[in-house]
Design a protein around this ligand. Structure first.
Ligand code: DAH
Length: 366
């Protein structure tokens, strides 16, 4: 191919000459679209490339004072031709070639996903919402009254011990019931709900709780619970059993069985621990259920009348009617650990992973 000659170095003439070369490259690209590498070599090859040859010829012909300007224009022209080699040219591509490389990776848009704990908690909550429960929340920094006293924990109960409870510093001058601490369970929100609402009520309370536990594969000083409370006239232990049995089937699958064992919590009487048939072996016995066929999942019971009394007393202090009349109403409550359920569901062996903020772990839930 001929090398165009340049004899006039006025701006208008340079415009025309550089424009002509660009047009030639664009036409070349259009016909060479099926072989982009050949096009690149032809135009941008270091020794034999057309751009190099034209450049050499024009530089030689140019007067010294024009060389700087010509150099700048060549750099711009080179960028334009390089762009032709990477992009889909200028729409002049012949039919049959899109000028769009479908083998290139797409543009990844990283959007957030729900954390496995939040996802699990939301699923548990929604099971109860479908049974007519509303959702409540409470503060993570609580007073001793809501976290312990109103829930019928005696003054020297071991759970109040600083071994378990993370207390807020500098509270010693206050009466015990007003001292601040990090809530050790979501149960105080039962009390807060009954202070605000008269029976009947059905509420689920998801949330974060804190205990002074050393972290290991199954313990974290911060973890999550879902609490439940149902109060009305004629609420019986059968309602509790039916509700939790249905909830476990709705969450883990209809094949799951439940069983209830006598237990103790200060705020329920009678109290029970609930086990579900092992979701890994179906109840045959495996490593996960320690060969027992059952997995312990939550605590529950009938609301202790002492709790209703505490609520009534506090309601009176707040100028409200003491409407939790133990002769007319009864209720049940339950509480479950979300972290353990999420770990079972997703096969997570170390609770610490849920709090590590490690993207390699979290990305697996996207
Ligand atoms: N608050 C208890 C805990 O953290 C769990 C619990 C047990 C909650 C029985 C309840 C219940 O509402 O009835 O260990």
């Amino acid at each position: 191919m001929d090398i165009p000659q340049l004899t006039d170095f006025s701006a208008a003439s340079l415009d025309a000459a550089f424009g002509a070369v660009l047009l030639e490259a664009q036409r070349g690209k259009a016909t060479a679209a099926l072989d982009p590498e050949a096009f690149r070599l032809e135009w941008l090859g270091r020794k034999q490339g057309r751009l190099k040859q034209i450049g050499d010829a024009w530089f030689k012909a140019a007067p010294v004072e024009a060389r700087k300007l010509i150099g700048q224009r060549f750099n711009a022209l080179k960028d334009q031709i390089e762009a032709l080699t990477t992009a889909g040219a200028d729409g002049a591509t012949p039919p049959g070639t899109s000028g769009f490389d479908v083998t290139l990776p797409g543009t990844t848009r990283r959007i957030g996903v729900e954390h496995p704990l939040i996802k699990t908690m939301a699923e548990i909550v929604s099971v109860f919402q479908r049974m007519g429960y509303s959702v409540g929340l409470g503060p993570e920094v609580e007073t001793d009254f809501y976290n312990f006293e109103s829930l019928n924990f005696p003054p020297n109960h071991p759970a109040r011990d600083t071994q378990d409870t993370l207390v807020v510093a500098g509270q010693e001058s206050k009466p015990l019931r007003d001292r601040l601490l990090m809530r050790t369970h979501t149960s105080p929100v039962q009390i807060r709900t009954m202070l605000e609402q008269a029976p009947p009520l059905r509420i689920v309370i998801p949330g974060k709780v804190h205990r002074n536990d050393a972290a290991d594969a199954t313990h974290s000083p911060v973890f999550h619970q879902v609490e439940g409370l149902c109060v009305g006239s004629d609420i019986t232990f059968s309602d509790l059993k039916g509700t939790l049995d249905h909830a476990m089937k709705a969450f883990f699958g209809s094949a799951v069985k439940t069983r209830f064992f006598p237990s103790f919590f200060p705020f329920t009487e009678p109290s029970a621990d609930v086990q579900i048939s092992c979701i890994f072996c179906g109840g045959k016995g495996c490593r996960k259920c320690k060969q027992s066929g059952w997995i312990e999942l939550l605590g529950c019971g009938m609301v202790d009348p002492a709790v209703f009394e505490a609520v009534n007393q506090r309601r009176v202090e707040l100028g409200r009617d003491p409407v939790y009349d133990t002769r007319k109403i009864s209720g049940f409550a339950f509480g479950m650990g979300v972290d353990r359920i999420a770990m079972m569901k997703y096969g997570i062996s170390d609770i610490g992973l849920l709090y590590s903020g490690d993207m390699r772990f979290l990305e697996q839930f996207a």
